[in-house]
Write a protein that binds this ligand. Structure first.
Ligand code: FES
Length: 103
């Protein structure tokens, strides 16, 4: 598990929930879609809005600041979003009830 950091319990990350955490002063979010976990930098790549205040619906993460919508399976914004910047993602690994992220 070199480079991986324990960041949450698996049971804390659920569909439709944005689970925020901080590591070394930086914000991150964890989300789930179809049983798979995804981790992203916690600030929106548009104008740095905190994604933890957004919403998850299906595979879409909505930023509350200017309504950018990101597909969590690719990190890409949907057409019509106010940015073409992609979410910055981090590899996730799960062991027992612990979520590890490469940060
Ligand atoms: S900061 Fe997220 S859409 Fe603008």
């Amino acid at each position: 598990m070199d480079g991986y950091v324990s960041v949450a319990r698996r049971s804390e990350v659920k569909p439709g929930v944005i689970k925020p955490f901080r590591y070394r002063g930086k914000r991150y979010v964890l989300v789930e879609y179809e049983g798979k976990l995804y981790c992203f930098d916690g600030l929106c790549p548009h104008e740095q809005g905190p994604l933890e205040f957004g919403q998850m619906s299906g595979k879409y993460l909505y930023c509350s600041y200017h309504q950018a919508v990101f597909d969590v399976t690719s990190g890409k914004p949907l057409p019509g979003s106010p940015t073409e910047n992609v979410l910055s993602s981090h590899p996730v690994s799960i062991r027992d009830d612990t979520v590890y992220v490469m940060l």
